[in-house]
Design a binder for this molecule. Structure first.
Ligand code: DGT
Ligand code: CA
Ligand code: CA
Ligand code: ZN
Length: 578
């Protein structure tokens, strides 16, 4: 179990206790414990498994919680939580995810309306019955309805990183078997989509059918949904991510890869094209309609080529014009992870990062990067101990000295993730910003402004002559928070006019800009950076998700500044200064 899993279960239980109106002191101790675990640099599981260690040495964890953590590790749940869950309808945990409803309001809903499900809650709002309860009104009903709609859209979907990690885990687990030629992710994971409904894995080789049996007994499988001759479906882990594993024959491997990679929309368009050309396309191959003879199927290239198309990279297969480009031999040459030479957005212990500048630099050097920019937060993020003007200027000087010594073996650019304040002013005086190599301007507050006001806010920020790039431009948190409203096209135009670059934030919770915005911005001539926003050396690996997103947006290395060599990048930085 990861620390964040422990923390989530404790937070949830604290909320359940609050619904049950239990003792406030106990509730607080659960929340404090959860927060301590979330921020703890070591894995709690490792401490629990080490007989020489005591988990009560972790600040915030007393004897009571220590017992809970042990129970959690053994059973995935614990008594207090189970008995609370039994007192409430099964949907209680879902209710907690609806915005606008705290534990106290949920307790009231249970008491007055005996609501059991999210659908019933939705109906209550539509019937305008919520407002009959104290301190609830029409505004809240509206908010709850909106949040329910979002919840329904998100539920049952997972972050790309969750599916990617599971795919790696399963691949390692199965690759020990004899007779496996290849294990390949298909579906939305192969297309690099930002969220995943279920994970599709394709297995080939004489041992493939055996792999289907082994998947069903994978230790983290919770539920076997179905076992057929060529397919096993299971649910894995506490969150129940579904995995479909298919065994494929060699002669139809390419056709099956093509079919199960999708998207559905891309496949529909491709099938229609095949029919117009006198072919039938299926997961078994490409066949002539007149005599049913097979003309392709072993490789994907074959399938696309017989249809008069160049092979299309999976990230583009969304029926957004890629088939026309493939026909015209005009597909873009997409950027590759290996072309990224530096990471330009990361935090250190100076603010809310978990590692020092030196540790981040070393991790980046180990990845083969030529340079990084350190971009800690600015003072508006007081919670994160953001930098004020003096610390900004000192930091810029420190970095100049570090680079002169060359001791770190990697070039450092001094940067800042500067908050864009509510009125569009920069959080840090221009004079101090002028000392830095690079400034990423980000919105972290007041995301509920009207679209027009939010647009003006960005327009004013873009007037700052020291702004290099806009960070995570739409502010979305996947499966959690929608983008805040503003005129994206107008801001892209303004950024291009001012020579400000757009960030593709690679954090799997963000992937912001998204592929559609990237495609639009590229057509207009925008320039991009792909960066991780790392708060820990491990996060530097998230670059691959940002690169996938860039590829989905059709970007080549020439569109992305951090594919440049260090000296080219430095002169590009200087040219952004107005
Ligand atoms: P997801 O799982 O919602 O993130 O999206 P996908 O694209 O992985 O969709 P999924 O798992 O339902 O199906 C995998 C691929 O199979 C899909 O991208 C295209 C292909 N496929 C084509 N036609 C159909 C169909 O009629 N039903 C299903 N289930 N899959 C189809
Ligand atoms: Ca899928
Ligand atoms: Ca599937
Ligand atoms: Zn940020």
């Amino acid at each position: 179990m990861e620390n964040k899993d422990f923390a989530r279960l404790l937070y949830e239980t604290a909320d359940l206790m609050e619904i049950a109106a239990e003792d406030g002191f106990r509730i607080r101790s659960y929340r404090n414990g959860a927060s301590a675990i979330e921020g703890y640099p070591e894995r709690i599981e490792d401490i629990l498994n080490d007989p020489a260690r005591k988990v009560t040495d972790v600040p915030g964890i007393g004897k009571g919680l220590a017992g809970v953590l042990k129970e959690l590790l053994l059973h995935g749940t614990f008594d207090v939580r189970d008995s609370l869950l039994q007192r409430f309808p099964p949907a209680a945990l879902e209710f907690l995810k609806i915005q606008g409803l705290g534990p106290k309001s949920i307790a009231m809903l249970f008491e007055h309306f005996q609501v059991q499900t999210i659908d019933e809650l939705e109906q209550l709002c539509k019937d305008q019955k919520l407002r009959t309860l104290p301190r609830m009104g029409a505004k809240l009903e509206e908010k709850v309805l909106k949040s329910i709609a979002q919840y329904k859209e998100h539920s049952g979907r997972f972050l790309l990183s969750a599916a990617d990690n599971l795919a790696r885990e399963l691949t390692a687990y199965l690759s020990g078997l004899d007779g496996i030629d290849a294990i390949t992710p298909a579906g939305s994971l192969r297309r690099g989509k930002e969220t995943i409904g279920d994970l599709d894995l394709l297995v080939t080789g004489p041992g493939a059918v055996h792999a289907l049996e082994r998947v069903a007994v994978f230790p983290r499988v919770h539920d076997v949904l179905g076992r057929g001759q060529n397919k096993t479906s299971v649910k894995v882990g506490r969150e129940g991510l579904q995995v479909d594993v298919r065994a494929l024959g060699k002669e139809s491997f390419g056709a099956a890869m093509q079919y199960f990679t999708g998207s559905k929309e891309h496949n529909v368009a491709l099938r229609q094209r095949a029919i117009r050309m006198g072919y039938k396309l299926s997961e078994y191959g490409v066949f002539r309609i007149d005599d049913e003879s097979r003309v392709a199927g072993e490789t994907e290239e074959e399938v696309y080529n017989i249809l008069g198309l160049d092979w299309i990279p999976p990230e583009l297969r969304e029926n957004q014009g890629e088939i026309e480009l493939a026909e015209a031999r005009a597909l873009p040459l997409l950027v590759d992870l290996s072309q990224i030479r530096g990471d330009l957005h990361m935090h250190t212990t100076a603010t809310d990062g978990r590692a020092s500048l030196e540790e981040m630099a070393e991790a980046a050097r180990a990845l083969g990067y030529e340079y990084i920019a350190i971009t800690d937060h600015s003072k508006a993020l007081a919670m994160a101990f953001g930098l004020d003007e003096k610390r900004v200027v000192d930091f810029a000087r420190t970095v100049r000295k570090i680079n002169e010594t060359g001791n770190l073996g990697i070039r450092i650019f001094s940067g800042l993730e500067c908050d864009i304040l509510k009125d569009g002013a920069m959080d840090i005086e221009w004079e101090a910003l002028a000392e830095l190599d690079l400034v990423i301007g980000s919105v972290h507050s007041h995301m509920n402004l009207e679209a027009a006001e939010q647009t003006d806010r960005y327009l004013r920020a873009l007037e700052c002559p020291h702004l290099t790039a806009i960070g995570h431009p739409t502010g979305r948190l996947l499966l959690h928070r929608d983008p805040f409203p503003f005129d994206v096209e107008r801001i892209i135009d303004a950024a291009i006019a001012r020579g400000v670059w757009l960030e593709i934030n690679s954090s799997p919770e963000r992937l912001d800009l998204n592929a559609n915005h990237i495609r639009m911005a590229k057509k207009k001539g925008a320039k991009f950076i792909v960066s991780t926003d790392a708060h820990h050396p491990n996060h530097l690996h998230n670059m691959r998700y940002g690169v996938l997103t860039a590829r989905r947006g059709g970007l080549s290395s020439a569109d992305i500044l951090n594919t440049c060599r260090a000296d080219e990048f430095a002169s590009a930085l200087r040219s952004t200064r107005r």
